[in-house]
Design a protein around this ligand. Structure first.
Ligand code: UGA
Length: 354
């Protein structure tokens, strides 16, 4: 099988490329603007990488689709701060460019595996969001945050309609996937990362964590390796049972308020060599969504997936929020370069707790 991953250097694209090459005989063709997450794969004989911007290089993208069996258009803006600061750019990449790719994939009768998002459920009041039953509830137009969810929802609807007319597709909805190297937690700017790398960056720099809306909102955190397990099941099924289906990919055992998750990170940090002092000095502040993200922001109070379809897929996510956070913290501390970690006191601390 020839798998085309548009956005192969992204958080999901890089993890999926690595897994496919390690565990199957399939070939991967990846396109991306950058290659820092996949440098170790560039020489692999079943990996072909094209540096490029899919917004500018339509002919290249179209040729790669011709040469593939299955297409995953993973390149997208995916941080809420970007939806608010650059709603037009979000629309252009996440909707317009992706629609072009979807159309070409359909015209060539290739299989499409499409990354929708947990955000499409928006402010749905269901206890658990069901792929086939729940209403998709977005806020007013002036709250520009919703442009991402709206773009993804419209694509879900277009793909579904194309499916009734012959397109072989599977839609998956990641629920707050997390893991090492998700976003650049070394970037200090508020909102530059999704919540876990954002909090970890603040903690390791000795800065306060900011809880938007007092951190009462609920998310369902799903470890990247578990998410990739599900994508491998979908790919390996070759459409036999997953074609024409939508799957929530969220680990219901990892539901947490943002506030509890922040305190869990602090707890885990305290247990790691070099982390205790930073954890003891951690400051947690409250901030409003408008002050943190700007006028166009509105939050999602709770987000929990129905799991029945994912279970039918045979998917069993395994990594707890605690273990996942521990892996990220250990990864960041190992890379180092955090000024406070490298202080003499902390080196002593590290020796004492090893
Ligand atoms: C995310 C993103 O839109 C996408 O990555 C994705 O499609 C989807 O949800 C998903 O992964 O399921 P959201 O969960 O709101 O949306 O994004 P985060 O940036 O991870 O924020 C989670 C929560 O933490 C939000 O309520 C946010 O207000 C809060 N937060 C974030 C803080 O309290 N403080 C911060 O410094 C950052």
């Amino acid at each position: 099988m020839r798998v085309l991953i548009l956005g192969a250097n992204g958080f999901i694209g890089s993890a999926l490329s690595e897994r496919i090459l390690a565990e199957t005989s399939w070939s991967v063709c990846g396109l991306d603007l950058h290659d820092h997450r996949i440098r170790h794969l560039l020489d692999h004989r079943r990996f072909a990488f094209v540096h490029g911007d899919l917004r500018a290089e339509h002919a290249t993208v179209d040729r790669l689709i011709v040469q593939s069996d299955v297409v995953l258009p993973l390149a997208a803006y995916a941080t809420p701060a970007t939806y608010v600061s650059d709603p037009i750019g979000t629309f252009e990449l996440d909707f317009e460019e992706t629609l072009r790719i979807v159309r070409h994939t359909a015209a060539l009768e290739r299989r499409l595996i499409f990354p929708s998002t947990s955000e499409v459920y928006g402010m749905c009041s269901d206890e658990a969001f069901d792929e086939d039953e729940s209403r998709l509830v977005l806020g007013p137009i002036r709250n520009e945050r919703w442009i991402y969810a709206c773009a993804k929802q419209m694509l879900d609807r277009v793909i579904w309609a194309m499916g009734s007319r012959g397109l072989d597709f599977t839609i998956f909805r990641p629920f707050n996937w997390f893991g090492p190297s998700q976003d650049d937690c070394r970037c200090a700017k508020p909102g530059s990362s999704r919540v876990i790398p954002q909090f970890i960056g603040h903690l390791l720099r000795g800065e306060p964590i900011q809880l938007v809306g007092a951190g009462r909102q609920i998310r369902t955190f799903t470890y990247i390796d578990d998410g990739v397990d599900a994508l491998m099941l979908i790919l390996a099924d070759r459409g036999a049972t997953t074609s024409g289906q939508i799957f929530n990919l969220g680990n219901p055992l990892n539901c947490s308020s943002i506030k509890d998750m922040a305190h869990l990170i602090i707890e885990q940090l305290a247990l790691l060599p070099g982390g205790r002092r930073l954890a003891e000095g951690a400051v947690v502040e409250d901030i409003s969504g408008r002050d943190y993200y700007g006028q166009g922001y509105e939050d999602v109070a709770h987000r929990r997936p129905a799991f029945r379809k994912a279970m039918r897929l045979g998917w069993a996510p395994r990594v707890s929020l605690r273990d996942g956070l521990n892996s990220i913290l250990a990864h960041e501390l190992k890379i180092g370069g955090w000024a406070q970690i490298d202080s003499v006191d902390d080196r002593v601390d590290a020796m004492a707790t090893q």
